[in-house]
Ligand binder design. Structure first.
Ligand code: SF4
Length: 109
């Protein structure tokens, strides 16, 4: 890791904002493998929907069920926020493993 990567001066984490020295990038010696440099990938910021509770969920301040869109309007097949788009996102994982269903935990016990 230390041979190939170096710290970025800052990185903008969804829901957390910009945190200094919290992300990695490829060192100049490995620029040929860096898709950001090779393909001119830009850092585009896309604001979350105002209805999305992702920021509070990734901070552990709210539960996925606290989002009024969770499991009804918004599912992994019809996501709106990063927490549901990514398979490892909190909302998608919670939805996929069925804990959002009423009584699911009790039925297995
Ligand atoms: S269910 Fe969707 S809209 Fe609601 S917090 Fe999760 S990602 Fe955001």
């Amino acid at each position: 890791m230390a041979e190939v990567f170096e710290l970025r001066p800052a990185f903008d984490w969804r829901g957390l904002g910009e945190i200094p020295w919290s992300g990695l990038r490829l060192k100049d010696e490995y620029a040929g493998f860096d898709a950001e440099r090779r393909f001119g990938v830009r850092d585009e910021r896309v604001p979350d929907s105002q209805s999305c509770e992702c920021a509070a969920i990734v901070r552990g301040q709210k539960h996925p069920r606290a989002c009024k869109l969770f499991g009804s309007v918004r599912t992994p097949d019809h996501p709106i926020g990063a927490c549901m788009v990514s398979s490892e996102g909190a909302c998608a994982a919670y939805y996929s493993y069925g804990r959002h269903r009423e009584g699911a935990g009790r039925a297995a016990a």
